[in-house]
Design a protein around this ligand. Structure first.
Ligand code: DX5
Ligand code: ZN
Length: 229
């Protein structure tokens, strides 16, 4: 996985047909997805439940791009190896998931994955001051984690601008997760983001039988950012 700051659209399979993940992933990749975002929820850290390492392992063989696993679970550490074994390229933990996030990031890199760190909307970016050299990706949540289809929280734009300045030349991706549409995407791209997760805005109107809308939706997000420098 090489590093650059080009725009990457990462459809979240949280909005895909749960009975058909393999074909859904192949369809969005064929329609222009750059990464595949996989939302793992435990019904404890967030008020919703999705799936765990066996499902991730099963869908891995359908992913040709990057498997971006977003862990909305607490604790994290007991499961890192299982998600690494399942084939995660990026493994993202929440800063709020426990008292030892530094150790968690060490363990993620130790397991051979890129280390991602997610921040809830209420968490200040200064919380990253002593962690930046431990991370390969920072995920700024622009909704409260737990569900797809929520409204974008605009206060996070200033957070991303500050984060971009803090990162400087470090090879760290800035990922935005929640409420991304062709209206909100350019705000975040301008603020410095390079990975835009989008669930409902990518999967709406399409299906495995009729995947063309996925491509139109991905292009609409991409084009909305094109007007920027
Ligand atoms: C929210 C998840 C997101 C979600 C995004 O807890 O982490 O990845 O699927 O969905 P949309 O794009 O519909 O806000
Ligand atoms: Zn997510």
């Amino acid at each position: 996985m090489s590093f650059d700051r080009s725009l990457k659209i990462a459809p979240s399979i949280l909005s895909a047909d749960f009975a058909n993940f393999g074909q859904e992933i192949e369809a969005v990749e064929a329609q222009g997805a750059d990464w595949i975002h996989v939302d793992v929820m435990d019904g404890h850290f967030v008020p919703n439940l999705t799936f765990g390492p066996p499902l991730c392992k099963a869908i891995r063989k359908h992913i040709r791009t990057v498997m971006d696993v977003h862990l909305m679970i607490a604790p994290v550490d007991p499961y890192i190896e299982a998600f690494a074994d399942a084939g995660a390229d990026v493994l993202t933990a929440h800063l709020e998931a426990g008292p030892h996030i530094h150790r968690t990031l060490q363990a993620i890199r130790g397991a051979g994955c890129k280390a991602g760190l997610a921040l809830n909307p209420g968490t200040p970016v200064e919380a990253l001051d002593y962690l930046l050299d431990m991370v390969d990706l920072v995920c700024v949540m622009t909704v409260n984690p737990g569900f797809g289809g929520q409204k974008f929280i605009h206060s996070q734009i200033a957070k991303v601008e500050t984060l971009r300045a803090m990162i400087g030349d470090r090879p760290i991706h800035i990922e935005i997760d929640g409420g991304i549409t062709p209206e909100t995407a350019p705000l975040m791209r301008a603020a410095g983001a390079d990975v835009l997760v989008a669930g409902s805005a990518v999967f709406k109107g399409g299906s495995v039988q009729d995947p063309a809308p996925y491509g139109e939706n991905i292009r609409a997000i991409r084009t909305s950012c094109d007007t920027l420098v």
